[in-house]
Design a protein around this ligand. Structure first.
Ligand code: AMP
Length: 290
């Protein structure tokens, strides 16, 4: 069956009513497009676990804190549609900003606490925009299951909490981060790195690995773990650290001492490109990097 592409909410709803009528389950993968193998992993898992996979492609203006970043965000629908199709998606929903926001929105979802630290601190309003658009998309698609990457661990925690707090009947599924062979997490933003920046970029994952090794070796002092990661980043003067924190994986609040599972999460700038990444760490034992 060939893939269907919708830009209208009403037409998508009508098609999904037929899908539900036929007794098929719906899996949903929200994205901002410029799709790569990281998104691909989410689509593949959704296709294994549900009958009809819907991928949304929407660069959501209300989650950008910088208009320049919104304008420059890569867009490539012509390549994204066949990519989704090849991985087993049945529907692409690619609405315009006017379709999603016919009038300036007055209603927003705020997930307090979980949204405050890390990216929330440096991108005020970002998670409000994310939670709001994801709730809108959940209302439109009404999926049984929705797939989010652990690469954006705070986003995943925000959406999990929103779904629980607001009794949204969807299973939120986290999918491990897909990386380049040198460790760099796949991201649509990687396209913006110069060759020199791309060469340096793996130092970010190396720093997170250094933290993970300390935690696995039994170091409980969060400050010491943090310093170990910062020391690795410090070897590259072109990397500017925005934040690097050790947090509880669900609450996204700082943890010290480290006595249970934590995420070491960071944001760094390479020139004008901002990269985020994180790893899940367990004290006293190395887990596979995710
Ligand atoms: P984005 O298009 O950047 O908004 O991402 C859409 C979804 O893909 C989000 O749930 C991301 O966490 C996920 N994603 C992006 N990059 C990766 C990656 N390298 N590995 C796994 N999931 C990813």
């Amino acid at each position: 069956m060939s893939i269907q592409v919708f830009d209208s909410i009403a037409a998508l709803r009508a098609a999904l009513a037929d899908v539900r009528q036929a007794g098929s389950s719906i899996g949903f993968v929200p994205t901002m497009g410029a799709l790569h193998a990281g998104h691909g992993r989410l689509i593949e898992q959704a296709a294994r676990e549900t009958d009809c996979v819907v991928v949304s492609i929407f660069v959501n203006p209300i989650q950008f804190t910088d208009q320049q970043d919104y304008r420059l965000y890569p867009r490539n629908l012509a390549a994204d549609v066949p990519f989704c199709s090849a991985l087993g998606a049945r529907i692409v929903f690619a609405p315009s900003a006017a379709e999603m926001y016919p009038q300036p929105p007055r209603s927003f979802v705020e997930v307090s606490g979980v949204s405050e630290r890390l990216c929330g601190e440096f991108r005020p309003g970002h998670f409000r925009g994310v939670a709001t658009v994801v709730l809108k998309l959940f209302q439109i698609v009404q999926p049984e299951r929705a797939y989010f990457g652990e690469k954006d661990a705070q986003q995943l925690a925000v959406i999990e909490r929103m779904a629980r707090d607001l009794n949204i009947p969807v299973a939120v599924v986290g999918v491990p981060t897909v990386r380049e062979p040198d460790g760099l997490a796949l991201s649509s933003r990687n396209q913006r790195l110069s060759p020199e920046e791309r060469r340096i970029a793996p130092v970010f994952f190396q720093a997170l690995q250094a933290a993970r090794e300390r935690i696995a070796a039994g170091v409980e002092d969060a400050g010491e773990v943090r310093q170990a990661a910062l020391a690795v980043l410090g070897r590259q003067p072109h990397v500017r650290v925005e934040y690097l924190e050790i947090v509880d994986p669900a609450e996204m609040q700082p943890v010290d001492p480290i006595q249970g599972p934590v995420r070491v999460a960071g944001a760094v700038w390479l020139g004008s490109t901002r990269l985020i990444d994180n790893v899940l760490c367990l004290p006293g034992g190395l887990t596979p990097a995710r």
